[in-house]
Design a protein around this ligand. Structure first.
Ligand code: HXC
Length: 261
């Protein structure tokens, strides 16, 4: 039987757990094909709908988070087939519908579509071996899953142009300095750190976690005045939740808050 293209597991023993999705085409450096992206999208939406899951981690192998879209598949296309089949992008947008936090735990290569996938996540943890880049230009194409849009927002236009126009890779230190990576962690601690962050998020109030993600994401899409308004509305809405009562009462009573589902 063929190996599954992703592996899933759940971690933690609280009310809500962290779901881990491992990209599983290690021999192809987790090159992203339709089968894998369908499975990833299905798992993301399933975990998002599961009340027992509070946070999702996407990871790859030690050598590669993902070395991009599967070039063997891309090579078979011409313009007409790419355009009419909505090549690649068809099953790449599921992650944008996920309301729970998604952490990318990156070791090794995160290139092309792999870098784009990491950028679609909310937090990017990387080992010091991680390498990021948009090398599509070397294949005679350009990024196609948001790379030319999210990279400049993450690292600024000057560095995005440098990377996209040359196809060069940047190491984890440069990626962290530039704002693409949230934190660098020791290679042997990658999953432990991702799960520790997942555990922190799972123990927080669910409504405030979803609202915080929604509000930060608005800053990507909306003019500042609209983003500020979204934030204000969500901020006010939080005062209707039991979590706000519990969080503030606990602070004032000098005890640890217990956020209930
Ligand atoms: C298909 C790939 C692949 C990919 C690696 N492999 N990347 N197969 N698609 N994107 C395969 C190799 O063919 C090889 O298969 C095996 O994985 C191991 O790779 P090697 O090249 O032998 O490893 P190494 O020498 O360590 O080099 C690692 C690497 C290199 C630098 C990451 O593999 C590489 O440059 N890969 C392509 C990176 C890239 O261009 N990505 C962008 C793709 S386009 P065999 O069978 O020989 O063992 C893209 C467009 C996105 O992502 C559009 C929207 C989503």
């Amino acid at each position: 039987m063929a190996e599954p293209t992703i592996l899933t597991a759940q971690h933690g023993d609280g009310d809500r757990r962290t779901a881990v999705i491992t990209l599983n085409r290690p021999k192809q450096l987790n090159a992203l094909n339709d089968e894998l992206m369908d499975a990833l999208g299905e798992a993301l939406l399933r975990f998002d709908a599961d009340p027992a899951v509070g946070c999702i981690v996407i990871t790859g192998s030690e050598k590669a988070f993902a070395a991009g879209a599967d070039i063997g598949v891309l090579a078979q296309h011409d313009f007409i087939s790419a355009y009419t089949s909505d090549l690649i992008t068809r099953n790449w947008e599921h992650i944008r519908r996920v309301r729970k936090p998604v952490i990318a735990a990156v070791s090794g290569f995160a290139l092309g579509g792999g870098c784009e996938l990491a950028m679609m996540c909310d937090v990017v943890l990387a080992t010091d071996t991680a390498k990021f880049g948009q090398p599509e230009i070397k294949l005679g194409i350009i990024p196609g899953a948001g790379g030319t849009q999210r990279l400049p927002r993450a690292v600024g236009k000057a560095k995005a142009m440098d990377l996209v126009l040359s196809g060069r890779l940047m190491d984890a230190a440069e990626a962290e300095r530039s704002g693409l990576v949230s934190r660098i962690v020791p290679a042997d601690r990658l999953m432990a750190e991702a799960l520790a962050l997942g555990e922190v998020i799972c123990a927080l109030g669910e409504a405030s976690v979803l609202a915080a993600k929604e509000s930060v994401n608005r800053s990507y899409e909306a003019p500042l005045s609209d983003g500020i308004l979204t934030e204000r509305r969500l901020f006010h809405a939080m005062f209707g939740t039991p979590d706000q009562k519990e969080g503030m009462e606990a602070f004032l009573a000098k005890r640890k808050p217990v956020f209930k589902r």
